[in-house]
Write a protein that binds this ligand. Structure first.
Ligand code: OAD
Length: 247
């Protein structure tokens, strides 16, 4: 039984680490990027999510970002997020490294969350540096496009997410790789594992001796490295694993 084996490995972990991707938030109603119904099946990511595109036309960026932002702000953690928080609280995970920017891990009670692609809950003015909650900017998008900075009036208000062409937050990346090198169990959930350097985190962990567990709806390029591959929904599989460990 693969779920049983995953529970044994995670239950015995002394330095377990999780890496999550958009699939973990799919059951909260936030569409993934790739795979069935993914955002990048409708839009060209290099166009709508690159810093060049944003700088050339912030309105065009916000016109796409507006809908996703509304959905993400209304979303609530699902049983997959809660199960990861329970694994951390029980000492099975030291941290959740996430490519997601939606803040749902923090909302579900995970304490050590390393956001390697930034956070969409905050917006920053590229002119004066002022930061505002995304919820406040989101509320005025219908009346103001592009949104203007509340301090300097500038029109380059950008969510604090990493767009294509931007550097990653170095402290978060370094922390994630340091934890990967120490991990004895590496759990990857809901990621296609095609975006680097995040996809290298499980590679570094397995090279350092960690057992890899992949829980994803579709195959990933790292499945053959894994001790356990579970093809399923994280909101169903993770609570079962917690139940097997704690129940
Ligand atoms: P992707 O959209 O590439 O992959 C999500 C994966 O989750 C897919 O392989 C799906 O099959 C799987 N999936 C969908 N629903 C699931 C569920 N309920 N349970 C488990 N798995 C499920 O998302 P990421 O790998 O996170 O980057 O994408 C990485 C990066 O690409 C994102 O952070 C974003 C994007 O461009 C930036 O914005 C910088």
């Amino acid at each position: 039984m693969t779920i049983q084996r995953a529970a044994e490995l995670i239950g015995g972990a002394r330095h377990g680490l999780a890496l999550t991707g958009a699939g973990v938030s799919a059951e909260s109603g936030i569409p993934t990027f790739r795979g069935a119904g993914g955002l990048w099946t409708r839009y060209d990511p290099v166009k709508v999510a690159s810093i060049e595109y944003f700088m050339a036309d912030p309105s065009a960026y916000w016109n796409v970002s507006k809908d996703r932002g509304r959905v993400a702000l209304a979303a609530r953690p699902n049983p997959g997020h809660h199960a990861l928080a329970a694994l951390e609280a029980g000492g099975r995970l030291v941290a959740v490294v996430t490519q997601n920017t939606d803040g749902l891990h923090q909302d579900s009670g995970s304490r050590t969350v390393i956001e390697v692609h930034g956070s969409s809950r905050t917006v920053q003015c590229l002119d004066c540096g002022n930061r505002e909650p995304r919820s406040e900017v989101q509320a005025r998008l219908d009346a103001e496009m592009p949104p203007r900075c509340g301090i300097c009036g500038g029109t380059f208000l950008k969510p604090t997410v990493v767009l294509f062409g931007e550097p990653l937050p170095q402290a978060a990346i370094q922390q994630a790789f340091a934890l990967a090198r120490q991990a004895d169990v590496m759990l990857v959930v809901g990621s296609s594992l095609v975006v680097y350097p995040a996809a290298e985190i499980p590679l570094v962990a397995t090279r350092s001796g960690a057992k890899l567990i992949v829980i994803n709806a579709e195959p990933t390029p790292f499945d053959e490295l894994a001790a356990v591959v579970i093809r399923g929904k994280s909101g169903e599989v993770l609570p079962e694993i917690v139940e097997l460990i704690d129940g």
